[in-house]
Design a protein around this ligand. Structure first.
Ligand SMILES: [Zn+2]
Length: 300
């Protein structure tokens, strides 16, 4: 009987030690053994980070929000988001005020490593003096954000330094080519004055030397008031604006009604804030190539 008892105690001790090992550590539920889980806040951050972490064994990138969510200006965290973040090793956000829920994340998960893609960038300010967060909408901004994310990932996960460096270098090279192609194709367009929807395009306009005369809707989903609409129509008529750019994420209702009253034409520009569930790594480039085609047609 003695040997049997002895074995039972050994097994019990082993079980206890396994349980203790699993419970120790940093207090939050660890991601799968040896896996670095990077969670991104929304679609463009997911595309950039996926490129930087592409093909690296033991590194997984997942997006916190659905890819159709769009900008996170007024986004409220749901319990499922905090569950996702509890498992994360690193959280990649755009920053500059886009993720207004960060106070809650930091207070609930103080040990989470947060990477801010727009850190130290030269941000454009609106009339109220607030930073415009849509820096990724210009290709130069995207390049800076990719570099920032890559640098911070290397710091947070130095084991994979070389892979992050190689991936980001290759991705940035593609983005540099895209930028040259766009700047080149747009340098001689005749029309420079445009009207856009929501404040997503100032960086884009700066890059291609376009002049945003008016912004129709400042908040996603909010229709302009009758007074605002009249002001926009007056601006468009006074400045002879010929083109309006709506966005695939917003209802074109206001744009259509302005177009009807001013004779300006409506086109669609994509600020790359939404995409399919299984977005391919080149989704940003593809969306920008499409934007380029639209601009060439609209501004000639
Ligand atoms: Zn936005």
């Amino acid at each position: 009987m003695k040997p049997k008892k002895f074995y039972i105690s050994i097994i019990a001790l082993l079980l206890i030690s396994i349980v203790l090992t699993a419970c120790s550590g940093n207090g939050r539920a660890p991601s799968k053994d040896d896996e670095t889980l990077i969670v991104t806040s929304f679609y463009p951050m997911y595309i950039f980070t996926s490129n930087i972490a592409k093909g690296i064994e033991g590194v997984r990138v997942t997006n916190m929000t659905e890819p159709q969510t769009g900008c996170l200006h007024d986004y409220q965290l749901v319990p499922a988001d905090l569950k996702t973040l509890e498992k994360a090793d690193i959280f990649v956000i755009n920053g500059a005020g886009m993720e207004s829920f960060m106070d809650k994340v930091i207070s609930q998960l103080p040990d989470l490593t947060v990477i801010e893609a727009s850190k130290n960038m030269n941000l454009i300010q609106d009339e109220a003096g607030e930073d415009n967060p849509h820096a990724w909408v210009s290709v130069s901004g995207a390049i800076e954000e990719v570099q920032n994310i890559a640098d911070a990932l290397i710091k947070a996960d130095p084991t994979n330094k070389e892979a992050y460096e190689k991936n980001s270098r290759m991705y940035i090279e593609k983005l540099e080519n895209l930028k040259s192609k766009m700047v080149d194709a747009l340098k001689d367009v005749k029309i420079r004055d445009i009207v856009t929807f929501h404040e997503a395009f100032p960086y884009f306009a700066q890059e291609f030397d376009l002049n945003i005369v008016s912004v129709v809707e400042r908040e996603p989903g909010s229709e302009p008031s009758a007074g605002e609409l009249a002001g926009i129509i007056r601006d468009i008529k006074e400045k002879g604006v010929k083109v309006l750019f709506a966005e695939p994420q917003y209802s074109p209702k206001a744009a259509d009604s302005i177009a009807l009253q001013t004779g300006a034409k409506v086109y669609i520009l994509d600020p790359v804030v939404t995409g399919p569930e299984d977005a391919s790594p080149d989704s940003y480039e593809k969306a920008m190539e499409k934007n380029l085609e639209v601009l060439i047609e609209a501004l000639k």
